[in-house]
Design a protein around this ligand. Structure first.
Ligand code: UDP
Length: 404
C-alpha cells in the first residue's frame, strides 16, 4: 500500500461471538503484515481477545477489550442469544468509549471505520453529490444508539406498511424524488406546502411593527434574518453577521430573542438606526411576502424554506442540524435559489460576499429566477386542479373510508 502514511490508525470492531472475531482477526493480521506502519486496534470482549491473542500476532495489532455487558453475579437463564443481547445493549456506548481510549493511548486519530462525513453519497435518486455529513446525524454516521436514531430507523422500516404517507411538500419540487418514493411506498401524498394549504395563525400578528417598517424600504433591498424556533448562531457568529450587515450597509430585519442582543458588537444597535430592526418575533410569512425583502438569511428549517419559495425570496443558508443541512443543500444545488454560507459559518467577508451575490450580481438574478419558478409550481400545486389539492382529496377518501 503506497498511500499509507505512518500515523494511520484503523479500528477493527469484532462481533465477539462464534467464529466472527477469529475470521476478522485473520484479515487484520494479513493487513497488518502488509502495512507494518499502520496501527490496528482490534476491539472484542476480554474473553474473546484472551483466546484469539493466545497465538502471536503482528506487533501493530493492539487487542482492546470492550465490556461483554454481563452484570456482576448475573445468572444466565439459558434463553437463546442471551449473551448477545447483553453485549448489544452496552455495545454502542462501550465501543464509543473504547474508540476514544484507543486514540488517546496511541496518540493517533482513527482514520478508518470512523469519520465518514466527507463521503459522497450516491444511492438516493435525484441527489447526486451530497456529502454524508449533510444527512441528519444518526442516520448514516453519528450516534446510532441514541433514541432519536432508533426512532428514525424504525420509522424507515415501517413506512412501507403505511396505507398512505402524507408529506408537507409538493410533487413538482422534485419529480425524481417523488417518483422514487412512489415506487417504494404504498401511497405517497404530497399535500403541501402547509404554509399555503393550512397557514398558521399565530404568525399573523405584527406586534413589533415589522410591516410598517418594511413599507419604508425600497423593493428587494432588505435582508430578513431568522433562524426558526430552536437554533441561534453562537455568539461569535452573531458578531460576524452583525459586522457584515454593518459594513455592507444592507438594510435588515432580524428576528432575534432579546436575551441574545447582549452578544451583538458594541454600538451596533445605535449605529443601525433606521437601517435595521431587531424584533423578538416576526410575522415571517407576511414579512417574506413583502416587496422590500431581497433575501432571507435562514437556518433552512423546512417551514422557512417553503415559506421562502411561496414568497419567491432567495436564500442565504446557515444550517445547524437535522434536516437543515439537507434542505440547504437542496436549495443551493438542486433548486438553485440560494447559497450556503461559505465554510458553513458566518464570517464577515463570507457573509458580505453572499449578500453581494444574492442582492446585486448575476448569480442573484439566476437565484431569483429559480425561486420564482418554484413559487409558481408551489402555487399551482395547491390551486384548484393542482397535485397537492388532488392528493389531499385522496387522503380524505382514505380517512373517510370512501376510497373502496
Ligand atoms: N417563525 C415566525 N417568526 C419568527 C421566527 C419563526 O413566524 O420570528 C416561524 C416561521 O415562519 C416558520 C417557523 O416559525 O413557520 C419555523 O419553522 P422552521 O421549520 O423553519 O424551523 P424550526 O423552528 O422547526 O427549526
Amino acid at each position: 500500500v503506497t498511500t499509507c502514511s505512518a500515523d494511520q490508525h484503523v479500528a477493527v470492531l469484532a462481533f465477539p461471538f462464534a467464529t466472527h472475531p477469529g475470521l476478522l482477526l485473520r484479515l487484520a493480521r494479513r493487513l497488518a503484515t502488509a502495512a507494518p506502519t499502520v496501527t490496528f486496534s482490534f476491539f472484542s470482549t476480554a474473553k474473546s481477545n484472551a483466546s484469539l491473542f493466545a497465538v502471536p500476532s503482528p506487533g501493530n495489532i493492539r487487542p482492546c477489550s470492550v465490556s461483554d455487558g454481563i452484570p456482576e453475579g448475573y445468572v444466565f437463564s439459558g434463553k437463546p442469544q442471551e449473551e448477545i443481547g447483553l453485549f448489544l445493549k452496552v455495545a454502542p456506548e462501550e465501543l464509543g468509549r473504547c474508540l476514544r481510549a484507543a486514540e488517546r493511548d496511541t496518540g493517533r486519530k482513527i482514520t478508518y471505520l470512523a469519520g465518514r462525513e466527507d463521503e459522497i453519497l450516491k444511492f438516493i435518486p435525484g441527489i447526486c453529490a451530497l456529502q454524508l455529513g449533510d444527512l441528519p446525524a444518526g442516520v448514516l454516521f453519528g450516534d446510532f444508539g441514541s433514541s432519536f436514531s432508533t426512532m428514525l430507523h424504525k420509522m424507515g422500516q415501517s413506512l412501507h406498511r403505511a396505507a398512505a404517507v402524507a408529506i408537507n411538500s409538493f410533487e413538482e419540487i422534485d419529480p425524481e424524488i417523488t417518483k422514487d418514493l412512489k415506487a417504494k411506498l404504498r401511497k405517497v401524498l404530497n399535500i403541501g406546502p402547509f404554509n399555503l394549504t393550512s397557514p398558521r395563525r399565530s404568525s399573523i400578528s405584527d406586534e413589533y411593527g415589522c410591516i410598517p417598517w418594511l413599507d419604508t424600504h425600497q423593493a428587494k433591498s432588505v435582508a430578513y434574518i431568522g433562524f426558526g424556533t430552536v437554533a441561534t448562531p453562537p455568539p461569535n457568529e452573531l458578531v460576524t453577521l452583525a459586522e457584515a450587515l454593518d459594513a455592507s450597509g444592507t438594510p435588515f430585519l432580524w428576528s432575534l430573542k432579546d436575551s441574545f442582543k447582549m452578544h451583538l458588537p458594541r454600538g451596533f444597535l445605535e449605529r443601525m438606526g433606521r437601517n435595521g430592526k431587531i424584533v423578538p418575533w416576526a410575522p415571517q410569512v407576511q414579512v417574506l411576502a413583502h416587496g422590500s425583502i431581497g433575501v432571507f438569511i435562514s437556518h433552512c428549517g423546512w417551514s422557512s424554506v417553503s415559506e421562502s419559495i411561496a414568497a419567491g425570496v432567495p436564500v442565504i443558508g446557515r444550517p445547524f442540524f437535522g434536516d437543515q443541512l439537507l434542505d440547504s443543500w437542496m436549495v443551493e444545488n438542486e433548486w438553485e435559489f440560494g447559497v450556503r454560507i461559505e465554510g458553513g459559518v458566518f464570517s464577515k467577508t463570507g457573509t458580505m460576499r453572499a449578500l453581494e451575490q444574492v442582492l446585486s450580481n448575476e448569480r442573484g438574478h439566476h437565484l431569483r429566477e429559480q425561486v420564482l419558478l418554484y413559487k409558481e409550481l408551489a402555487h399551482k400545486a395547491v390551486g384548484p386542479n393542482g397535485s397537492s389539492t388532488k392528493n389531499f382529496k385522496a387522503l380524505l377518501e382514505i380517512i373517510t373510508g370512501d376510497s373502496h
